[in-house]
Design a protein around this ligand. Sequence first.
Ligand code: PLP
Length: 219
Amino acid sequence: MSIAENINSIKSGLPSHVNLVAVSKTKPIEDLRVAYDAGQRIFGENKVQEMVDKYGQLPHDIQWHMIGHLQRNKVKYIAEFVTLIHAVDSLKLLQEIEKQGHKFQRKINCLLQLKIAEEDSKYGMSFETANEILNSEAYNNMSYANIVGLMGMATFTEDEQVIHDEFKYLKTCYDKLGAQDHKLEILSMGMSGDYSIAISNGSNMIRIGSHIFGSRNYN
Ligand SMILES: *Cc1c(COP(=O)(O)O)cnc(C)c1O
């Protein structure tokens, strides 16, 4: 199937409250144009330089989501245009986002990445740390860095029960933190292989790469 057909078939099966992020990392600009012409407006990238390059070449009504691990010294390159940073994993990164948001005079929406997988992935914080950050004086004094939800990645496994349990745990965290009046509205979970399980566990933002653009070649 074509990129446009893939987008349409994924979208036609989505509940209306679920937003689709088209993960275009490693893909050429022509592929993004095809997706754009099919009506897709939210694109996810995981490398700063690649996102900046693509931003410069495509229409400006695209919403750019940084979905990968973000180094503090690179926030400045995307602060002017990024719509959502999915993988905030420390207060220090949030402080840099605040600084750059101030500089560019724009609020920058962020998600805290929670580590929900059993496997030893490098990034993501615990529920306790997320809770601490949201209630910290440091965060509550910020005017530009704005936490609007949580993001997580399930274990890469065939075992659907494991994936289900991990997403369910993240939803529980999201509900607990949201109940404290933190105005959380985005729960970003689910990728090509597991988005149905994510949606049935409360996801309202899925990040789909290979099911739209085909498999990626990493070098
Ligand atoms: C690459 C990536 C995706 C998309 O993965 P697919 O399996 O190709 O859909 C989603 N989220 C993050 C954080 C990614 O790095």
